[in-house]
Design a protein around this ligand. Structure first.
Ligand SMILES: *Cc1c(COP(=O)(O)O)cnc(C)c1O
Length: 363
């Protein structure tokens, strides 16, 4: 007699949460919750997309063009570049390629949650290293690296706190990490940074090291989050492993075409970077004017201490302004706010006093 029992997903799936579709009603809200570019796609990407709609009956052909262009841009061989269904996809590829059950992954925390969920899917254990002033603390990371460590995720500037890593600290961590451990530097917000302290991990740390890769995305400053294009630059064996783990058509043709066109928009990129810097300063000044403590940010968002972030986010949302409480990543007092446009910032700042202390004003 066969045992009557239901199909069981892998044991490691028990601790995972199902993807919950977001509330589509957010489309009409002011969106400061997901660190997207408020400007939308770049002009060249918009026209390329409009011209290319007819192609969507065909499977993608454009991956090679985008890989070649990225390799040229970064001065590396094409075999050192891999594309993915966003950085999110690439995190999954590397987890597939490098993790066996029982292996260990190290990341700063709070940081990007996909590092954790993709490791757990494969039965790996994640060791969380506390941050220092909203940036990854390389000493805390190094302390958690052990004989079972396979992957180390280093996010700079760190999402959700915004702090950048110092060049010397990153160099020391990489020098001290055994060469059999893959360190991936997540530079999702690379294009928002500037100045002499700003790290270009591909140029400074990936080239010449056998165990260091960097990932970047078209989802943030390039304004293509819905098209899902990210890329890795790393040692050829790492990029090849990522290329084996991906699905054939993970990068859509519209994604390829829009990403390629966006790379021609150097002036627009620079304008967006400067606009973000100005707006971030406006947001920081406004928050500090309300007596709030703000973490230093080099990205297009910042984290601010508000007491009960879930409650404050809910009150702002009731006024159609979406922000992100960090309670889900272990920081229930922090609210993450994307920089947005000056008008969006002013609306947020006008609503905040009441969201912080409902009924408190004039009482
Ligand atoms: C937004 C973000 C990503 C995800 O990028 P996609 O390319 O859209 O998947 C990855 N890492 C960090 C740190 C991010 O903030």
């Amino acid at each position: 007699m066969p045992v009557r029992t239901a199909p069981q997903a892998r044991e490691s799936f028990e601790q995972l949460a199902r993807y919950e579709p977001p509330d589509a009603g957010l489309r009409t809200a002011i969106r400061l919750d997901a660190n997207e570019a408020s400007e939308g796609p770049m002009p060249a990407a918009r026209s390329a997309l409009a011209r290319s709609l007819r192609l969507v009956n065909r499977y993608p052909l454009g991956d090679g063009d985008l890989i070649d262009r990225l390799a040229y841009r970064h001065g590396v061989a094409a075999e050192m570049v891999a594309l993915g269904n966003g950085i999110d996809g690439i995190i999954g590829y590397l987890s597939d390629a490098y993790l066996d059950p029982g292996d260990e992954v190290v990341t700063g925390w709070p940081s990007f949650p996909t590092y954790v969920t993709e490791a757990r899917k494969r039965g790996a254990t994640v060791r969380l290293a506390p941050l220092r002033n909203g940036a990854v603390d390389t000493g805390e990371i190094a302390e958690r690296i052990g004989p079972r460590t396979k992957l180390v995720w280093v996010c700079t500037p760190n999402n959700p706190t915004g702090g950048p890593l110092a060049r010397e600290a990153l160099g020391e961590l990489l020098d001290a990490t055994p060469a059999n451990i893959l360190v991936i530097i997540d530079e999702a917000y690379f294009e928002y940074g500037g100045g002499p302290q700003h790290i270009d991990a591909i140029r400074e740390f990936v080239l010449g090291r056998p165990n260091v890769a960097a990932v970047r995305t078209f989802s943030k400053i390039y304004g293509l989050a819905a098209l899902r294009v990210g890329y890795l630059v790393g040692p050829a064996p790492v990029a090849i492993a990522a290329g084996k783990a991906r699905r054939y058509y993970d990068v859509t043709e519209l994604g390829n075409i829009a990403a390629l066109a966006s790379l021609d928009e150097a002036d627009e990129l620079q304008q967006r970077r400067l606009a973000n810097e100005r707006a971030r300063e406006r947001l920081r000044t406004g928050l500090e004017g309300l007596g709030l403590g703000v973490l230093h940010s080099q990205a297009n968002f910042m984290a601010v201490g508000v007491g009960d972030a879930d409650a404050v986010a809910a009150r702002l949302l009731a006024q159609r302004v979406a922000t992100r409480s960090l309670s889900g990543v272990g920081a229930p007092e922090l609210l993450r706010i994307a920089v947005g446009t000056p008008a969006e910032i002013d609306r947020l700042l006008a609503l905040l006093p009441d969201a912080l202390a409902p009924g408190g004003r004039g009482a």
